[in-house]
Design a binder for this molecule. Structure first.
Ligand SMILES: [Zn+2]
Length: 235
């Protein structure tokens, strides 16, 4: 696996002599201890800290749609804000290290909190295999690996699968939407996840339909509990 990039990677250090690394947000030259984002910008990240807050906006969005324990987002994803260009770099410019970094920072923020207390494992929202082949990686898994680095929780990949490539999400009734989303994901071996408390991880939560579809598929597992963590929230 190519991430995390090691700061002591000699080759990387050498390349920085000729191509100094710059902050992905403000473009300032990074100093030795900084990675992807300069300290000034890190400090200004619009963190929600909503893992400390029950009935936060994400939890209200998902209430009644799937059974869940807790939901939290690392930052606000606002148009013109700091997060959208970083997520764009992660998804479309192969900048896995920024996803790993943000996931790791999110985990550090939540360390020791009630939010993480009973979580057994992290499960990234899967991409359809064809899409993952095209992109070369799953951005949600990159974030999950970062979260795992700081929390020491294991990442489970392969059991939850995306089986539908491109579902139609238009204006439908609640029943029609249920019919539409319940076949997007599948759990291959439900018994392996039985009675576990899983942290479902994705890049951004917008309408919540992806999380809802995963949550519905995961109900196949006896006694499962689900919490959700995303880097950004759009509301
Ligand atoms: Zn900066």
């Amino acid at each position: 696996m190519s991430y995390p990039m090691r700061r002591n990677d000699l080759l990387l250090e050498f390349s920085h002599l000729f191509f100094p690394a710059v902050c992905m947000v403000c473009g300032a030259q990074l100093v030795h201890s900084e990675e992807c984002i300069c300290l000034r910008c890190l400090y200004k990240l619009p963190r929600t800290h909503n893992f400390k807050q029950r009935d936060n906006a994400a939890e209200l969005l998902m209430a009644g749609r799937i059974p869940f324990e807790r939901i939290a987002s690392f930052c606000v994803y606002a148009k013109g804000g700091m997060l959208p260009p970083l997520i764009h770099q992660l998804k479309y410019h192969r900048q896995q290290r920024v996803g790993f970094l943000l996931g790791r920072l999110f985990g550090e923020d939540m360390l020791g909190s009630d939010f993480l207390k009973t979580i057994d494992a992290i499960i990234p929202v899967p991409l359809h295999p064809r899409k993952e082949r095209i992109r070369g990686y799953n951005q949600a898994e990159v974030i999950a690996r970062g979260l795992s680095e700081s929390t020491s929780l294991p990442v489970l990949v392969g059991n939850l699968s995306r089986i539908l490539f491109n579902p139609t999400q238009t204006k439908r009734s609640k029943t029609q939407r249920w019919e539409n989303v319940k076949h997007i994901f599948r759990v291959n071996e439900p018994d392996l996840l039985a009675h576990k408390h899983l942290l479902l991880v994705d890049d951004v939560i917008t309408t919540g339909s992806t999380i809802e579809a995963c949550g519905i598929a995961l109900q196949e597992c006896p006694g499962i509990k689900i919490s959700v963590a995303t880097l950004g929230e759009v509301f």
